[in-house]
Design a protein around this ligand. Structure first.
Ligand SMILES: Cc1cc2nc3c(=O)[nH]c(=O)nc-3n(C[C@H](O)[C@H](O)[C@H](O)COP(=O)(O)OP(=O)(O)OC[C@H]3O[C@@H](n4cnc5c(N)ncnc54)[C@H](O)[C@@H]3O)c2cc1C
Length: 599
């Protein structure tokens, strides 16, 4: 089984050489975050994830969690690794300095999180939602709640959960029924059942703080009647330490296809004491603060799984000897050539590599937009960055996770039959990664979010701004020797993208079914176009570095060759989506519901 190795060279390339991260931090007033500091964070993060987190991935999957009498035992080693995660300050990276956090920009934490997700997705699930809870509480909580809960959540001593889903209410939160009755002391009695709650119960933190969506007695129906409550597992005592047990209890756990070391709980709230976060009936807006972060994080989960699948596939393809190269033996002293000589194996590896590296750049760029939205000193920049981040997040969530499923399956395929066998680790990646396409809003819902809310919501304005940037890039680089066809392809896909967006906005305004019928193909088209922009920029930087004689020519030449592969062999997929988008959606309604049923 391949041991995880943090892809530091590629991370540094994306951060320093393409996205100019130090200049970005200077714009945020963070001159202290120098290239040396960034590299030190990456290197220490790599050591922790390679040495502590990754070794628990396989054993965690084998062992799973144990549920007994409402309590959960996480796999051997998880408690200790979590303690190290907190003690070494990894938990508090992005938390506000006012409450003991380090106040670091998300874009510096993101590569660390990506490593953790590649190393052990189940382990990361436990801490991931705490960061979202911290965000929601920081932005919407009362001073009392902030003082009482944020320091312990930020340090990781306490963990957070996100309790939205109910048996009859998944995508459609308007249907949720959990109730919150106001009490004389200003608290609320929360009652109801939530399902699929990640980390709803565990033995790694001394308290668990549930953020629960519920309805007040007189709340209007639908999403306008949902409020957000903080419901701790243990009520803090007078010293702020875990005291009386609150009736917020894990009733059972789900038996899942993957992330078996992560507890997914049915949570029963039986008049559990809670406190309102934000305003009454404005819970969904508060939850959205958390969901944006969570959706970005799930995109990173996909990236991590895909990176790991690529690393395993490369190692195996170099090692496995089968058949001879079509152009004659490359390994004449051995019984056969390594399978990496075969064009079809190279197709699989290059598909994984170009998707992973393109998606990494896209994710880090989205993280910079989120940094600007949160930390930039200029309020206009904060506002425009927020709009850009909102546009990119559904793409990051869904494309990175769809890409992850493809990369993990290709990884399994490179291993042949051994890919299907547990000991090689590929089947775990396929199983673990699959959930990322489903939770935090299915990828179909992300596609609707992109098209309906983000593109149609502003009549395509922000998308057009992005497309203008791509045009300007093409214009500035179209004479780039050796990259002309790359730039021409980007130019062409961008022009198609503009036209498609315009046409679909017009069609969708006329017929709402067109939005639903086009959303997924539009998201796919947009994603391939965005990756083309990323690959063109990576190729331009690599070429400049070679011309400057910066050294590391293997790395830069590989980048340029990979860009060509992406443009010539992956980007044509966008054309297929374009053709689909240009056809009417009425075929989706050619059958009655009954006609789907076999007779
Ligand atoms: C392992 C795991 C962990 C989870 N962790 C959490 C957690 O911590 N907290 C939490 O609250 N939830 C959690 N969830 C729940 C998860 O977010 C939901 O499962 C997910 O949002 C989908 O909801 P659903 O399962 O009810 O599917 P449904 O909403 O029933 O959807 C079924 C299908 O219909 C489609 N669909 C539904 N509505 C529409 C529409 N309007 N337009 C187009 N298509 C539509 C969906 O895309 C999907 O394909 C978790 C789930 C799992 C499996």
């Amino acid at each position: 089984m391949t041991a995880f190795k943090a892809p530091l060279r590629d991370m540094r390339f994306a951060m320093h050489e393409v996205l100019n991260t130090t200049a970005h931090y200077q714009n945020l007033g963070r001159d202290d975050l120098t290239a040396e500091i960034i590299d030190a964070v990456l290197e220490e993060g790599a050591k922790f994830n390679e040495g502590v987190v990754a070794p628990l991935n396989r054993s965690g999957d084998e062992e799973g969690i144990v549920f007994k009498n409402g309590e959960i035992k996480t796999p051997e080693g998880f408690i200790d690794a979590y303690q190290q995660f907190c003690d070494n300050g990894w938990a508090s990276m992005t938390g506000s300095e006012d409450f003991g956090g380090q106040g670091l920009p998300l874009s510096l934490a993101a590569p660390f999180h990506e490593m953790m997700m590649a190393a052990n997705l189940s382990f990361r699930v436990y801490s991931g939602l705490t960061e979202g809870a911290v965000l929601a509480l920081t932005k919407h909580g009362s001073d009392e709640l902030k003082t009482g809960y944020l320091p312990k959540l930020i340090s990781g001593e306490w963990a957070g959960t996100m309790c939205l889903t109910e048996p009859h209410a998944g995508t459609d939160l308007a249907l949720l029924r959990t109730k919150a009755e106001p009490q004389a002391d200003g608290s609320y009695a929360v009652s109801g059942t939530k399902i699929f709650i990640s980390g709803g119960e565990q033995d790694m933190s001394s308290n668990i703080v549930h953020l629960v969506l519920a309805r007040l007695p007189d709340a209007p129906a639908g999403v306008k009647g949902i409020s957000l409550f903080l419901v701790p597992k243990f009520l803090p005592d007078t010293n702020g330490d875990p005291g009386e047990r609150n009736p917020a209890v894990c009733g059972s756990v789900e038996h899942k296809m993957g992330i078996k070391a992560a507890a997914t709980c049915v949570m029963n709230f039986d008049n559990a004491k809670g406190w309102l976060i934000g305003q009454e009936n404005r819970g969904l807006a508060c939850m959205f603060t958390m969901m944006n972060d969570a959706r970005f994080q799930v995109g990173l989960q996909g990236l991590g799984i895909a990176e790991m699948a690529y690393q395993g596939a490369v190692e195996y393809a170099l090692d496995r000897l089968q058949s001879r190269s079509l152009s004659g033996p490359k390994n004449p002293d051995k019984v056969a050539d390594p399978i990496i000589v075969h064009p079809d194996v190279r197709r699989m590896l290059l598909t994984q590599k170009t998707l992973v590296e393109g998606c990494r750049l896209l994710a880090y760029e989205a993280a910079q937009a989120l940094d600007n939205e949160e930390h930039h000193p200029d309020s206009d920049v904060r506002k425009t960055a927020g709009v850009r981040a909102a546009l990119l997040i559904p793409v990051v969530k869904s494309f990175l996770t769809d890409m992850s499923a493809e990369a993990a399956n290709l990884g399994m395929q490179v291993y042949g039959g051994h890919g299907f066998i547990r000991e090689w680790g590929m089947e775990q990646l396929v199983r673990d990664g699959r959930i990322t396409q489903i939770y935090e809003g299915t990828n179909g819902i992300q596609a609707l979010d992109l098209l309906r809310r983000k593109v149609m919501g502003d009549q395509g304005l922000e998308l057009a701004r992005l497309q203008d940037e791509i045009d300007a890039f093409c214009e500035a680089n179209d004479l780039s020797e050796g990259l002309r066809s790359t730039i021409a392809s980007l130019n062409s896909v961008n022009a198609h993208w503009r036209k498609l967006a315009k046409d679909i906005i017009a069609r969708g305004t006329e017929n709402p079914e067109d939005i639903g019928g086009c959303a997924t193909d539009f998201l796919s088209f947009s994603s391939y176009a965005l990756l083309a922009y990323g690959w063109a920029r990576m190729a331009v930087v690599a070429k400049q570095k070679l011309e400057e004689g910066a050294g590391d020519s293997d790395f830069y030449n590989a980048k340029i060759a990979s860009a060509r592969f992406y443009i010539e062999r992956i980007l044509p997929r966008a054309e297929m989506h374009r053709q689909v988008l240009e056809t009417p959606v009425d075929t989706l309604f050619g059958l009655t519901a009954e006609q789907f049923v076999r007779t």
